[in-house]
Design a protein around this ligand. Structure first.
Ligand SMILES: CCCCCC/C=C\CC(=O)SCCNC(=O)CCNC(=O)[C@H](O)C(C)(C)COP(=O)(O)OP(=O)(O)OC[C@H]1O[C@@H](n2cnc3c(N)ncnc32)[C@H](O)[C@@H]1OP(=O)(O)O
Length: 306
């Protein structure tokens, strides 16, 4: 017991001491502001996240990798509450400087069915505004995270489900599922940030085809166009492959990696930052069009009749 206490305290103070020295050396060398620099220092402390029934965060103390599991049955429909839980989890991960995060689902055959259609059908403006703003927040935090990210896609990932996966840096998917951005098939226009993530994943030509046709790809076809990076036979293997991807960064300077990622994604992030209100207004006016509402209502009925 005493030995354990001694070890944990020694580790804590050593980490603090190492971090102070490191901060001093690098800030002197790069003339960076100390607070700015702390953001880029390698992670030294990990946490266990408080339990949230909608999003479970499990951090491996040894590897420093967090597995973030969406848990909203039956299909991880992205509701305001699920987005809020994800937004909070992403803040916690950022503040605790984990080494990487893997996004996955607790539903056996669905990664996420995309936006909860109940949020889109006959919406209340005030709630929809909160919903849309949190949706934007989640994208800004996930796409712009300082830590590396991967998605273990253990089931179908249509629309918003695909959006979550392509906001990550790497994707491993299980066979015999569907993934894609099928918004146009529902009569809705994919928002600016969703288009940006797609262009960042597949070629511009494939993105244009995929978005305008609203194609849902099989796992095998998704691999062919580069929408996913690997296929893994089942969820545990998919998580393992994601861990392997993230482990590659153990040999890369975390400062260099984060800055490089940020600089490559900066333009897309700023594009949304600069037009968040306008983005909301565009989607609100599209959404409340009677023809769009009818299409969404009919679509919900067709899902229920299955
Ligand atoms: C204009 C503003 C908006 C622009 C924003 C653009 C960005 C994103 C748009 C979206 O994400 S819209 C959502 C699009 N999602 C889909 O098209 C997927 C629909 N669902 C499916 O295709 C299937 O459910 C599935 C994911 C392939 C799973 O199939 P499975 O057979 O396993 O399950 P089901 O029986 O179909 O469903 C179970 C249960 O869940 C309900 N449900 C399914 N998807 C949704 C959803 N997205 N939102 C709410 N509810 C959903 C489905 O109706 C079933 O309900 P019950 O019959 O059990 O009551």
């Amino acid at each position: 017991m005493l030995l354990t206490l001694f070890e944990s305290h020694t580790h804590f103070f050593l980490s603090m001491f190492q971090k102070m020295i490191l901060t001093k050396i690098i800030s002197n060398t790069l003339s960076l502001h100390k607070k700015q620099l702390i953001e880029w220092l390698p992670a030294v402390r990990y946490f266990s996240s408080p339990t949230n029934p909608l999003v479970n965060v499990d951090v491996n103390d040894k590897s420093g990798i967090a597995v973030v599991t969406m848990n909203r049955k039956p299909v991880n429909g992205l509701s305001l509450e699920l987005f809020e839980a994800m937004s909070k989890a992403l803040d916690d991960l950022e503040n605790n400087r984990i080494r990487g995060a893997i996004l996955t689902s607790s539903c056996p055959t669905v990664f996420s069915a995309g936006l909860d259609l109940n949020e889109l059908y006959q919406p209340d403006k005030k709630r929809f505004k909160a919903f849309w703003t949190t949706f934007q927040d989640v994208w800004l935090k996930l796409y712009g995270s300082s830590f590396p990210t991967a998605a273990a896609i253990n089931g179908h990932a249509p629309a918003g489900g695909c959006f979550l996966a392509i906001s990550c840096e790497y994707r491993v998917m299980c066979p015999d599922y569907k993934i894609g951005l099928n918004e146009t098939r529902l009569g809705i226009i994919a928002p600016i940030f969703l288009r940006a993530s797609m262009r960042n994943t597949v070629s511009n030509r494939e993105a244009e085809k995929a978005l305008t046709l609203g194609t849902l790809y099989s796992t095998e076809d998704a691999l062919k166009i580069g929408l996913i990076d690997e296929i893994a036979i089942y969820k545990v293997k998919a998580i393992e492959r994601c861990e392997n991807f993230l482990a590659q960064f153990n040999n890369v300077s975390s400062i260099a990696r984060s800055f490089t990622k940020r600089s490559l994604r900066q333009k897309d992030l700023e594009e949304l930052e600069n037009c968040r209100e306008e983005d909301f207004n565009i989607f609100w006016s599209n959404l409340i069009e009677p023809s769009v509402q009818k299409q969404i209502g009919d679509y919900m009925q067709s899902l229920k009749k299955k």
